[in-house]
Design a protein. Structure first.
Length: 308
């Protein structure tokens, strides 16, 4: 009998262990020295709440599933019907094919065929690689069509530093600006500086009763362009960090308060190359050049590592 998430690909290195699934090329497990770094899902489950999934060719939501690109008005299927949105891309439930599976790394690929609402063929690829520096994830998209294609990417890991709730955990979130969204459809309606608000976590402090379901931008980066979010069980306790490269101007942070059974059990910190509704607004949206031309491919990286 096949697991709901299909074949399982295990890798390990330097005390780290990860399991990636055929379904959506999702990160089902990640641990260090036996300590879970992500709140994933069991082998006999489907991924609930997007756990560990890759969000391609867009992350988050598109209002009404409608957008215009290249002179065409397009309509995507509404995969979040209760809010009338197209949500989290077209590849997170697809069967991805293994390209190479070694002891410390695994790469998978999926050819996204032209379809209603997204009439381009795009080859998607992901590499999960473990080392002493933790997990590095590289997501790549290559346009195989003869016309430019809109594109953005994201991922949906839930970070964990032990048994929840998250309230006592210490968070450092290197973001100066928060996206504001409407309560009904969770789509952007504006933004505000975090300074002086309960959402300012640029200096480590306990999460407390703060409810997260927001995009964050204006990330503070090191000299290499890396922005790093950290989470610890306490000021001196074990922790986990998630880093994003310069291609990720956005992080979505989510405490899942609306989800019975898993509310505030862990903290989703989602790398995004563009925020919600980018196919409509064009903000930070990438355009893949026609196949064979410069700019027809883009690769972005992010990763997770343990903190002692």
């Amino acid at each position: 009998m096949l697991a709901p998430s299909g074949d399982q690909y295990e890798i390990s290195a330097a005390g780290y262990r990860a399991v990636v699934t055929e379904s959506g090329a999702a990160l089902r497990e990640l641990s260090y020295a036996g300590r879970s770094l992500v709140d994933g899902f069991a082998e006999d489950e489907m991924s609930p709440g997007g756990r560990g999934q890759l969000l391609m060719p867009w992350p988050n939501r598109i209002r009404d599933g409608q957008y215009s690109f290249g002179g065409r008005d397009l309509q995507l299927p509404l995969t979040e019907p209760k809010r009338h949105n197209a949500s989290h891309g077209l590849a997170r439930w697809a069967a991805w094919s293994p390209e190479e599976h070694g002891a410390t790394s695994v790469s998978l690929q999926y050819r996204l065929m032209a379809q209603t609402g997204y009439p381009w063929v795009v080859d998607l690829h992901v590499l999960y690689d473990l080392s002493a520096n933790g997990l590095t994830v590289t997501q790549t998209a290559t346009n195989m069509s003869d016309s430019p294609a809109p594109y953005a990417s994201g991922a949906h890991p839930y970070l964990s530093v032990g048994a929840g709730p998250v309230d006592s955990w210490e968070l450092t979130l290197p973001a100066a600006t928060r996206s504001l969204s409407d309560d009904e459809r969770l789509l952007p309606v504006g933004r505000e500086p975090v300074e002086g608000t309960e959402y300012d976590f640029r200096v480590a402090r306990p999460i407390g009763d703060v409810v997260f379901n927001h995009g964050y931008t204006d990330l503070v980066r090191d000299d290499a362009g890396i922005a790093t979010t950290t989470l610890r069980a306490s000021a001196s306790g074990p922790g986990v960090s998630l880093w994003v490269d310069e291609h990720h101007p956005w992080l979505m942070v989510f405490t899942a308060d609306e989800v019975p059974g898993t509310a505030r059990r862990s903290l989703a910190v989602e790398p995004m190359t563009a925020q919600a509704d980018a196919f409509r607004t064009g903000e930070d949206l990438l355009t893949l050049a026609p196949s064979g031309q410069p700019g027809d491919e883009v690769s972005v990286s992010w990763g997770i590592r343990a903190l002692d």
